[in-house]
Ligand binder design. Structure first.
Ligand SMILES: [Zn+2]
Length: 388
């Protein structure tokens, strides 16, 4: 097989294989360019804009909530909630629960409620969810497909149901992680955004009907509200990351000061101990990103810290090489066999699916074109930095 070297951004360690990432003539990626632009943003002005938006939607007589905050119970949710309370608003928190909520995830949700907010939680029928986890993994290599969809469909559904038009999201993931330029400055989340970036990756909700006994009635919460419903309530959403200089580490410090529980050591397949604590399937989700694109969570985090001057590029390369993309034997301490049992799959079948979704152009193969794995099942990337 013809292999060529993977190209990386010269400033951070992001590979060109990341969907929607572009590396310019100067060898720098659009996420780094976008981060540079933060220096010229007038953040005081942005904060004023934020206040004026939320003020406009505030319940005039206190008979309803001022806004909805979609929350998971993690570091960013804590920051969003505390910030809105500090600014004097009365939010309703809406949580679309994860595919397999961990113990620490549940404790952090309880901690979030205690900050002093009303809170609702929607949990998809676990039997339906397990079927869709399995279909997602088999068909598009994404076990977390149901989670990544419902975190974007359930809050607007609740906005319609409760008659609260304003949704306050956290970060626009396209902003720092690099996406098409036209969407970089976008501060609102629309149906179009959801369809393009919201994690559907080529599988639509309607494709599920008829598979494994799934019917439309099982998929209510997976469906975005109709245009008519959205118009009637006037639903709109803003990304807080547009108005405040977003930094996950900052939010984690803030959240920990308010009781967020973290792990004693860095999470498997990650670089830190303070995020993605609420779903035991996340290790598998992240690993598939590695198989398809040659990078996962450690690279994402190394880039975030590198741009903020907390790691040098050489340090980031060595950390990525050491920790990124390891076979997800455990996640948050849960063995992979236990996680797979939930979707009626054994390890052998899982490994076959992994191999099917692996982009062989990115990893070392033997002379017969078979993937080279070490005794722990780990792959080796063809190159970890630019090759001249
Ligand atoms: Zn970059």
């Amino acid at each position: 097989m013809q292999q060529r070297h993977i190209r990386y951004c010269r400033k951070c360690v992001m590979p060109e294989t990341k969907p929607d990432l572009r590396i310019d003539e100067g060898g720098v990626c659009n996420a780094c360019r976008s981060y540079e632009n933060r220096k010229i943003v007038d953040w005081d002005q942005r904060k004023k804009e934020f206040l004026s938006v939320v003020e406009r939607y505030r319940s005039k007589d206190g008979s309803n909530y001022d806004c909805i905050i979609p929350v998971s119970g993690g570091k960013d949710s804590h920051y969003q909630v505390m910030k809105l309370l500090e600014l004097g608003f009365n939010p309703l928190c809406v949580n679309a629960t994860t595919c397999q909520l961990s113990g620490i995830g549940r404790r952090n949700i309880e901690n979030l409620k205690k900050r002093g907010v009303d809170y609702v939680e929607i949990t998809i029928n676990p039997k339906v969810r397990a079927k869709i986890n399995r279909i997602g993994l088999l068909q598009v290599g994404d076990m977390s497909w149901p989670e990544h969809l419902t975190i974007f469909t359930i809050p607007p559904r609740m906005a319609v149901q409760f008659g609260v038009p304003l949704l306050i999201w956290g970060e626009n993931p396209q902003n720092e992680y690099g996406g098409p330029a036209s969407d970089m400055e976008s501060n609102v989340l629309t149906r179009r955004w959801l369809e393009e970036f919201g994690g559907l990756i080529g599988m639509r909700v309607t494709d599920l009907i008829g598979q494994d006994g799934l019917e439309a009635k099982h998929l209510i919460q997976f469906t975005y509200p109709s245009d008519e419903e959205l118009r009637r309530v006037g639903v709109t959403g803003v990304f807080m990351g547009y108005y405040f200089p977003w930094d996950g580490y900052h939010n984690a410090l803030f959240a920990q000061a308010h009781g967020l529980e973290t792990l004693p050591i860095a999470i498997e397949g990650s670089l830190v101990n303070y995020e993605n604590l609420d779903n035991v399937q996340t290790g598998i989700h992240d690993y598939f990103k590695y198989l398809k694109f040659g990078f996962c969570r450690v690279t994402d985090l190394a880039c975030l810290h590198l741009r903020r001057g907390r790691l040098s590029r050489d340090e980031a390369i060595s950390i990525v090489k050491q920790r990124d993309g390891k076979f997800p034997w455990t996640y948050l301490g849960y063995p992979i066999q236990d996680v797979l049992k939930q979707i009626d799959m054994d390890l052998e079948e899982f490994i076959r699916i992994c191999d099917r979704f692996t982009n062989k152009k990115l990893f070392k193969c033997d002379s017969r074109g078979n993937l080279v794995k070490d005794r722990h099942g780990n792959l080796t990337k063809i190159n970890d930095d630019n090759v001249d």
